[in-house]
Structure formats: structure tokens, C-alpha cells
Design a protein. Sequence first.
Length: 137
Amino acid sequence: MKNAKKENSISTFLGWDASIEGTVEFHGMIRLDGNVKGKIFSNAGTVIVGEKAVIDAEINVDVAIVMGRVNGTIEARDRIEIYPPARVVGDIVAPVISIEAGVTFNGNCSMKPRIIQEKKGPDSPPKPAAVAEKKGK
């Protein structure tokens, strides 16, 4: 029998002494403890920005968990969690946002509803999750 990978386990890791310049595209969960300049993107992934990380990038993921430095926009389709000693300079956008005491945040914060696609067809426009959930009741 094959060993199944845990859904919530880190599949990719960038150590504190590593740097990347360009686009980081991933699936699953990635932990960044080094330096990244550019873009971080995932259609269905979680990025964890470790305490020693310095990120100068646009982040577009499902879930963003930040404990290090981020200079740039963070957009998450599910949620953004920011914990001390994080320093975020830039705008954040997600349906659920959590910023704990002790975090330095300098930017704009916008909460927008989750967008889900109904099973009508590929041409139907996406609807906010709240509207789609009420229809199902």
C-alpha cells in the first residue's frame, strides 16, 4: 500500500539561507523562511511565511499564514492569518482576516466574500458564497 501524504503537511520548504527571485508557483503547502522577490501563486495552496522570512512579492493563494516580513499585496481566497512578530507593508484581501496583537501592519485591509462557481455550466458567472448557500437551503 502507498503512503498517502497528509493534506496539512508541508510539501515544499525554503530555508533561511536561501533566496529566490521570480515566480514561485506551488500546490499543497509551502513554508518560506528565506528571501523571495517576485510573485507567489497557488490555485489551491497554503503559504507559511516563517519568522525569519523576508518576502518582497505579490502573494495570491488560498491561505496565507504570516509570521515574518512581507512587502507587497497578499490576496487569499480562503483566509489570511498574521501572527507576531510579523511586519506586513501592503494591502491584504481575503474573506477571513486575522491579525493578532503585536503585529505591525501598514496598508489597506479588504474583506470580500468567497466566490464559488455553481454547477450550471462554465459560462455562468461566479456568485458570492453567501448567496449560493442561501439558494441551497
